[in-house]
Design a protein around this ligand. Structure first.
Ligand SMILES: O=c1ccn([C@@H]2O[C@H](COP(=O)(O)OP(=O)(O)O[C@H]3O[C@@H](CO)[C@H](O)[C@H]3O)[C@@H](O)[C@H]2O)c(=O)[nH]1
Ligand SMILES: [Mn+2]
Length: 346
């Protein structure tokens, strides 16, 4: 049974091959795929038979967005956010092309789409921590002392899944621990408390487009930019600030998938180099941001954040002025392709 099959698009950035889809066929076949082909658009990427998909390469992105295509990264997994923008569905699940179906401790294959949808359609508890983890899961509840006034929770905007086998380590950690593998299956889903940022990894991620889509921009990184492999981190910091301001929840934990390919740590070190230093200034900055109460939509919050980025981060590097402009272009593109729905007749 494919949960919410007409409400979910599965977005896959790829600069390699899509053979991994065979592993997901039982779970993905009922859903629509949006494949964003990065790199050389003249290269043909084969999609295995039997999947319902749209595939967009760089030529398509340029044709569809016109000048606004300047905000979509090139040669970076951030290109995936083009799929977020042109989707028409309520939910997005995005996954990397080197991620496969994992098994839970009982040996059962994990349907990551289903778990993400369950995470997204049940509330979050960012304002008061439930020590028995997600109270809305089968076999759990609010523990004694949990305020009754808070037990309805808040809408969940983001569901952040995890990975067995190759963990998402940064290059320095990968270099000193080349053989370390993620083997611990933790059967938990946890709401990330309000006021706390987190390192959002893009390889196993789902979100509610209608609640937080405009804030899930993966930035202008990659080719031609001094900032690389921090696309998902940037989107995580900014979207969490917006979620906290709008009273939306972010969950992390299940589902797991099996991450198979370790990217080259030396290549990663070069790509991540600036980010390793900049993150130590960016994180405290985003942690300190307080958005004005007049910002009541994800778009308004995001445009305010673009202003703050431009005003406060150029001292780190002039690149942040370009990033701030790209953030504005992203919102313009988002609004062009996702015009506000007319208010229901009263
Ligand atoms: O230039 C590129 C590079 C990669 N892709 C596609 O993006 C994903 C992730 O690539 P990869 O598996 O090589 O990256 P990892 O180091 O394993 O993953 C982490 O880094 C993030 C990339 O910034 C990623 O989201 C993290 O999980 C694959 O599908 C590549 O095909 C690309 O499109 N363009
Ligand atoms: Mn990978």
């Amino acid at each position: 049974m494919a949960l919410m099959k007409d409400e979910v698009d599965i977005v896959i950035p790829t600069i390699r091959t899509l053979d991994f889809l065979e592993s997901w066929r039982p779970f993905f076949q009922p859903y629509h795929l949006i494949i964003v082909q990065d790199g050389d658009p003249s290269k043909t990427i084969k999609v295995p038979e039997g999947f319902d998909y749209d595939l967009y390469n760089r030529d398509d992105i340029n044709r569809i967005l016109g000048p606004k295509a300047s905000c979509i990264s090139y040669k970076e997994s951030a290109c995936r956010c083009f799929g977020f923008l042109i989707s028409k569905k309520k939910y997005i699940f995005t996954i990397d092309d080197d991620c496969f179906v994992a098994k839970d401790p009982s040996g059962k294959e994990i349907n990551a789409v289903e778990q993400h949808v369950r995470n997204l359609i049940t509330p979050s508890t960012p304002f008061f921590f439930n020590t028995l983890y997600d109270p809305y899961r089968e076999g759990a509840d609010f523990v004694r002392g949990y305020p009754f006034s808070m037990r309805s929770g808040v809408p969940t905007a983001v569901s952040h899944g995890l990975w067995l086998n190759i963990p998402d380590y940064d290059a320095p950690t990968q270099l000193v621990k080349p053989r370390e593998r993620s083997t611990r299956y933790v059967d938990a889903v946890i709401t990330i408390p309000k006021g706390t940022l987190y390192p959002m990894c893009g390889m196993n991620l789902a979100f509610d487009r209608e609640l937080i889509g405009p804030a899930m921009y993966f930035g202008l990184l990659g080719d031609g930019q001094p900032f690389k492999r921090y696309d998902d981190m940037l989107a995580g910091w900014l979207s969490k600030v917006v979620c906290d301001h709008l009273g939306l929840g972010v969950k992390t934990g299940l589902p797991y998938l099996w991450h198979s390919k370790a990217s080259d740590p030396f290549v990663n070190l070069k790509k991540e180099f600036n980010g390793l230093f900049w993150q130590e200034e960016l994180i405290p900055f985003f942690q300190s941001v307080v958005l004005p109460k007049e910002c009541t939509t994800a778009q308004q919050c995001y445009l305010e954040l673009a202003k703050l980025v431009k005003e406060n981060l150029a001292s780190i590097d002039p690149y942040f002025i370009r990033l701030a402009d790209a953030m504005v272009t992203w919102i313009e593109a988002w609004d062009e392709f996702n015009p506000p729905k007319p208010a229901a007749a009263s």
